[in-house]
Design a protein around this ligand. Structure first.
Ligand code: IVH
Length: 701
């Protein structure tokens, strides 16, 4: 049934009227009617639309109340990337920016469009034939989330652009934010309803826009400011950024009234200080000002570097600071064992949030800033970064203040391993790598990684579940079938019987690993693959490595190093180096690791469960034919894979190359050896089969 003409006209009239009132209220801040009158018109339109559902359209003001929740947001690929801005933090950096611009344009004084830098979140609004069609968050700049239904609820976002001639396509870019007074009122409401309060307007705006239920977004007082455009089709583009923003304003979009056109660096700095003064009186939060070269032709000429335009810059206000008291200095153990001192603070409101902790980074910083427990300190919070202690106010140090000491033991009560500090770094770390609860997940992931034990399928998700579920505490538990078995795995997420069996099979397969792999898998700080190979070659067996007198070895290493430095200066013959390629610092790290009973326990269990091959490979003396020799592997060998053969060769100091050349000493050829074999023969290189290789490794050839 056709909608009567009169109804159609009435619906159009109501929509236009309501949108005008929205505009007057939310964009111009000059309401023409009372809230009650607005509500009356709104209900009238709702009524007509419900009587004639075929009239419902995406640009009706009734759409602003939100609709059914989405299961998830769709990805939205921006037509042109939404870049970020480079930052300037000082007048010097602004002068340098202006200089770069002038040089790039080869011109004298340059004109800029300047405006506040809104502290909200960037979005893109797409208007097709003047109707709001789609909107998205910035995301990573290339793809964001399609939050169209949520953006429709933002009253200052026009659902239809004003004007007679409208562009075919217009992508408006700008910021969604919340006014301070709206934020306060909303938080009061949240509190009254016993719901969670938001920390600051920025977070509140971001959280509100990313609601899957647009009816919730509709109840949040979001605002929008336009400040740039993306794609424009079917319209004459203005000549300057200032004119562009005025054009957006004429189309009915909210644009910041604080924007100005200024000239030269002096103009920029004057605006910066004016906005600094005005900042506290603005209805919304800003974290700086943005300078954009005014001429759009000049913008195009300057172009972009990496992910930011050369023609614009954000001049940030200094981070907010506040003073408070240090109640305690505690130590946190990171996933890799690094110890970080953290100041526990008397709660203080700074940069829009209440701060109770601040990082002190490391002991050197604590000493340099001379922070004591009991001190009054200045803390700073910039953007979303972790708050930090800037400095102490020395006059305020109380008599009972205490100096911080780095603990000698890991602060985790279960671990308590020795804490080490290696000379080359400022970081203290816990040496209980195989056992420390804080390092558990990281240790397991490293242990299972491809170049370590290579346990297929043991990734982050599974490790999280195994550790959080208390099934696995150390790498040794992986091989303990009393702990890790079909039954204990069955309770985990996405662990059907089959995949549980696969996980166990994958672990079983890694039993009897070579010594270098095993040593690398232990995750000893500073022991990478190369060092692991050198250690394995030197000691020949795990037993010998564990029983070595490490202190004596380190002392000997240092003695030989010193002596050789002396001899080198005199061109004398050098002493044989101890553990070449492994410096005293690395040795100390190994020694510390092995000095921890917990680590030794885990290693013992791993041995007992067969994780590592016990029989010692041929000793170095036997393998003297191999040291420094270059091997090339070709064709398939009867028992060994190429990787295994490579490990055996390297364990004895040989090298494995990919192609045959004059430098090749041995070609190890299996079945179906082809071109490499022919070339080696032509070059007269010794050719071995697998058995020959093994004999060579055993020193029998
Ligand atoms: S202009 C071509 N103007 O700052 C220039 N950006 O750190 C494009 N921002 O993600 C940006 N206020 O969302 C511009 N008045 C303003 C701004 C502004 C805030 C945001 C923008 C961007 C971020 C860069």
């Amino acid at each position: 049934m056709a909608v009567p003409k009169a109804v159609l006209a009435e619906v159009h009239k109501l929509r236009a009227e309501l949108e005008r009132h929205n505009y007057q209220y939310y964009v111009l801040d000059q309401p023409l009617v009372s809230d009650a009158e607005f509500d009356r018109l709104f209900r009238q339109l709702q009524q007509l639309e419900s009587e004639h559902p075929e009239l419902a359209g995406p640009d009706s003001p009734t759409q602003r109340v939100g609709g059914a929740p989405l299961p998830q947001f769709e990805q939205f690929t921006h037509r042109t990337p939404m870049l970020s801005l480079n930052n300037a933090f000082s007048a010097e950096e602004v002068l340098a920016f202006d200089k770069r611009v002038r040089e790039g344009l080869n011109s004298g004084s340059v004109e800029y469009l300047v405006e506040p830098k809104f502290d909200g979140l960037a979005v893109s609004l797409n208007y097709e034939q003047g109707v709001f069609a789609q909107g998205a968050t910035r995301g990573d700049g290339y793809t964001g989330e399609d939050v169209t239904p949520n953006l429709r609820t933002v009253k200052s976002v026009p659902l239809r652009l004003q004007g007679k001639v409208l562009p075919k396509l217009l992508e408006v870019r700008g910021e969604v934010l919340m006014y301070r007074r709206d934020f306060d009122r909303m938080n009061q409401r949240q509190r009254a309803n016993g719901e969670k309060e938001f920390v600051n307007p920025r977070n509140a705006a971001a959280g509100s826009l990313r609601q899957l239920d647009s009816r919730i977004t509709a109840q949040r007082p979001l605002r929008f400011f336009a400040y740039a455009v993306g794609v424009i089709e079917g319209a004459t583009v203005p000549k300057t950024h200032g004119q562009l923003e005025s054009w957006l304003e004429r189309l009915g979009l909210p644009v910041c009234p604080e924007r100005r056109v200024v000239s030269g660096a002096q103009g920029l700095l004057t605006f910066y200080s004016q906005m600094g003064t005005k900042r506290a009186d603005l209805a919304y939060e800003i974290d700086g000002v943005v300078y954009k070269v005014n001429s759009l032709a000049a913008q195009r000429q300057l172009g972009y570097v990496a992910r930011a335009p050369r023609f614009a810059i954000a001049h940030k206000f200094p981070a907010e600071e506040a003073s408070t008291e240090v109640l305690a200095i505690e130590v946190q153990v990171g996933r890799t064992g690094a110890l970080t001192p953290v100041a526990r603070l008397k709660p203080v409101f700074v940069g829009g949030v209440t701060v109770t902790n601040a990082t002190l980074h490391n002991l050197d910083q604590v000493r340099e800033k001379d922070v004591w427990v009991g001190d009054t300190v200045i803390v700073r919070r910039a953007g979303d970064v972790i708050p930090e202690v800037v400095r102490v106010i020395p006059e305020k140090r109380p008599a009972d203040a205490t100096e911080f000491q780095m603990p000698g033991q890991c602060p985790d009560p279960e671990c308590k391993s020795k804490v080490e500090r290696l000379e080359s770094e400022a970081v203290y770390r816990c040496t209980g790598g195989l056992y420390c609860p804080a390092q558990r997940k990281q240790a397991l992931l490293h242990f299972a990684s491809r170049r370590a034990m290579d346990i297929e399928g043991l990734g982050e998700k599974l490790v999280d579940q195994l550790v959080d579920g208390g099934i696995v505490h150390t790498p040794a538990d992986l091989y303990d079938r009393k702990k890790l078995n079909a039954a204990s795995l069955a309770g985990l997420e996405r662990m059907a019987e089959k995949s549980a069996a696969n996980v166990i099979a994958a672990i079983e397969k890694t039993k009897g690993s070579s010594l270098p792999r095993f040593l690398f898998a232990l995750g000893i700080y500073h022991v990478g693959e190369e060092v692991a190979k050198i250690l394995a070659r030197h000691f020949g067996s795990l037993e010998d490595l564990l029983n070595a007198d490490w202190d004596a070895l380190i002392a000997e290493k240092e003695r030989v190093q010193k002596e050789n430095t002396r001899r080198r200066a005199k061109d004398g013959a050098l002493l044989d180096p101890i553990l070449p390629g492994v410096g005293p610092e690395i040795m100390r790290s190994v020694a510390n690791f092995l000095s921890q009973r917990h680590n030794r326990d885990v290693i013992e269990q791993l041995r007992k469960n067969g994780a590592v091959r016990e029989e010692s490979p041929p000793s170095v003396a036997q393998g003297r034919n191999v040291i420094g020799k270059t091997f090339v592997l070709t064709g398939s060998l009867p028992k060994l894979s190429h990787d295994e053969a490579k490990e055996l060769i390297e364990a004895q100091g040989g090298k494995v190359a990919g192609s045959v050349s004059g430098k090749t000493d041995y070609l190890v050829a299996g079945t179906e050896a082809g071109a490499k074999l022919a070339k080696a023969e032509a070059l007269g290189i010794s050719i071995l089969d697998e058995a020959g290789l093994l004999e060579l490794l055993k020193g029998k050839r």
